[in-house]
Write a protein that binds this ligand. Sequence first.
Ligand SMILES: NC(=O)c1ccc[n+]([C@@H]2O[C@H](COP(=O)([O-])OP(=O)(O)OC[C@H]3O[C@@H](n4cnc5c(N)ncnc54)[C@H](OP(=O)(O)O)[C@@H]3O)[C@@H](O)[C@H]2O)c1
Length: 303
Amino acid sequence: MMVESMSQRSQRVWLITGCSSGFGKIFVSAILAWGDRVIATARDISTLSNFAHCDDVELLELDITDSQHVLNDKVSKAIAMFGQIDVLVNNAGYVLSGVLEELSQPQILDQFNTNVFGPLNLTRAVLPHMRSRQSGTIIFMSSIAAWKGVAIGGPYSASKFALEGFVESLQKEVAPLGVNLHLAVLAQFRTDILSAQRRQSGRGVNSIRDYDAAVDAFQSRLEQTNGKQPGDPIQAVERIMDLVYRRGYFADQRELPLRIVLGSDAVEIVRDECQQMLDDLKKQEQFGTSTDYPSRGEVEKYE
Ligand SMILES: NC(=O)c1ccc[n+]([C@@H]2O[C@H](COP(=O)([O-])OP(=O)(O)OC[C@H]3O[C@@H](n4cnc5c(N)ncnc54)[C@H](OP(=O)(O)O)[C@@H]3O)[C@@H](O)[C@H]2O)c1
């Protein structure tokens, strides 16, 4: 596939959540540098003041945990800004860590409202527009946490596992209608996500001594990792844009993958997890297939 030159292509419009910092902010700058238009959103619109005077940017206040009704209204406003939305990046999210016994149901619900239900609700609001144009791309920011559960990392991991499960199904529903969905499975990238101000911990008055050592080890690992993550978020944004624009590595790929895995630690973790599963499956094959009825009926493959 030929890559279009700047003068040949029509400008695309991106809608991005969580542009106050990190990946969201980098996306806005990178899209403008590429010559496209962007609707930058944040819970607090004053955090977007850097972009306020750019011609190809519109600013919109948007909290991803708002009701479906509010999100539908925001999407209508967003469409009116440039007349269309070509690409949605479901970027907003945060890390909640903690031990199940210490975490409250509202804390876990809030993690899921932000990392799972919010992106799905916003996607629900955007899909009618994309379906009617038979065109659109939606990016979901996933994580190695969706591929490997670690002690004390349960809430964030569960949210990203859930997101991947839903998106994998949804992709099969909307791809025949012209809408492409992709998951960016990200390693550890150097944004503010692990800073003390941004990450949340389930530890509070309910702390249980049995878990002290594990929680302390996890928290100090996050503190040590903060600011030293091996991944460069500017490079990750460029790779995601390569996918959307079918440029670079994707210029001559006939089919685009559902998942792109970014960061050397993500490549290693996904490979190790798949290998571990294959090894376990090989050992358990006879055991696992022993539960069928003796005369197994013919049913369609689960897909
Ligand atoms: N950095 C990594 O290593 C990494 C790895 C894997 C996946 N990811 C994913 O990448 C995405 C972006 O993370 P980041 O690294 O750029 O972190 P970040 O710098 O902390 O940015 C997170 C953004 O999400 C916004 N946000 C949080 N809750 C929101 C809500 N209810 N409504 C709207 N916006 C909300 C924050 O806005 P406020 O300023 O209002 O809080 C902020 O703009 C997240 O989904 C994260 O899970 C990151």
